[in-house]
Design a protein around this ligand. Structure first.
Ligand code: RP5
Length: 174
């Protein structure tokens, strides 16, 4: 079994396009991960096996995305009790992802899932990076550089707005 820092799990391949945003960010940060489709409803035994496996590996963060009756993050928080779990509520057509959000965020006391916004997969990866950066100077620097580049982008936009005015600015970004 290979060592990885982050396990990215999701309930269905219909979650993959969103959850892949985690992979893109972790790649940018050079953080090792693996991705798996696992359902605590449709493949309960397989999910339990993988949870057991994670307990034996040195995985540092689990990111779990699920939609609807989204039990995957909570069950993994219960089954892998010493590893932080970040839950990503996936948007649903029926209830706009509110179902996923409430299912993931309302964990009982003692079994937390750090829940990001609906479809907030990139933020889940950023939060995972912050956790992994504790005591890791190189990763802290990479994360700080990323935050700085975000700041610079906002400042550049404001400078553009001041220079062009709102109408020209909006015409330019159409
Ligand atoms: C959940 O059910 C999955 O996480 C997914 O978001 C949702 C719908 O799954 P599919 O019917 O698209 O496979 O378990």
């Amino acid at each position: 079994m290979n060592n990885i820092d982050v396990s990215i799990i999701m309930g269905s391949d219909s979650d993959l396009s969103i959850m892949n945003e985690c992979a893109i960010f972790l790649d940018q940060m050079n953080i090792s991960y693996e991705m798996k489709i696992l359902s605590v409803h449709r493949t309960p035994e397989r999910a339990m096996e993988y949870a057991k496996e994670l307990n034996e590996r040195n995985v540092k963060v689990i990111i779990a995305g699920a939609g609807g009756a989204a039990h995957l993050p909570g069950v993994f928080a219960a089954m892998v009790p010493t590893v932080p779990v970040i839950g990503v509520p996936i948007y649903t057509k029926t209830l706009s992802g509110i179902d996923s959000l409430y299912s993931i965020v309302q964990m009982p006391s003692g079994i937390p899932v750090a829940t990001v916004a609906i479809n907030g997969a990139k933020n889940a990866a950023i939060l995972a990076t912050s956790i992994l950066a504790i005591g890791n100077e190189e990763l802290t620097k990479k994360l700080a550089d990323f935050k700085k580049s975000m700041q610079d982008a906002v400042i550049a936009k404001d400078e553009n707005l001041q220079e062009l005015g709102a109408i020209t600015y909006l015409n330019n970004i159409k």
